[in-house]
Design a binder for this molecule. Sequence first.
Ligand SMILES: C[S@@+](CC[C@H](N)C(=O)[O-])C[C@H]1O[C@@H](n2cnc3c(N)ncnc32)[C@H](O)[C@@H]1O
Length: 118
Amino acid sequence: MEHKIDFIQSEALPVLDNLLRKEANEGSYDFAYVDADKLNYWNYHERLMKLVKVGGIIVYDNTLWGGSVAADPATVGHRGGAVTQSTIQFNKSIAADPRVDISLAPLGDGITVCRRIY
Ligand SMILES: C[S@@+](CC[C@H](N)C(=O)[O-])C[C@H]1O[C@@H](n2cnc3c(N)ncnc32)[C@H](O)[C@@H]1O
C-alpha cells in the first residue's frame, strides 16, 4: 500500500493550507481524523470543510475532554482551562454549522462524527 500513502510529519495547519493551494484537492478526501492540538480544532474544521468531499466524514477526538465540557467549572481541576473553553466553543460551533450533520458519541473521551452535507 506504500504507493497510496503520503506520510507527512509536520505542523498540521500549514500542511492543510498547502493542500488547499492545489485546486484538485478541494472536495477530494473521503475521511479525516483530527486528534492534534485541541485549540486549533475550528481552524482544522474550516480547512477540512474544503478538502473533504460532500458526503465525506470527519472524526474529531476528545470532544468531551474528560467530561469537563459539561462539568461544574469548580470541579474539573486541570481540565478546566483553555482546552475546555475551546472545546465547549468548538462543540457549539460545529453543532450550529449548517454544512455538516454531527453526532457526539460518549465513547472514550468523546468522539464527534461529522458528515459534510454541502
Ligand atoms: C493524542 S496524540 C494523537 C495520537 C494518535 N491519534 C494515535 O492514535 O496515535 C496528539 C498528537 O498531535 C500532535 N500534535 C499536537 N499539535 C499538533 C499540531 N499543531 N500539528 C500537528 N500535530 C500536532 C502531537 O505531537 C501528538 O502526536
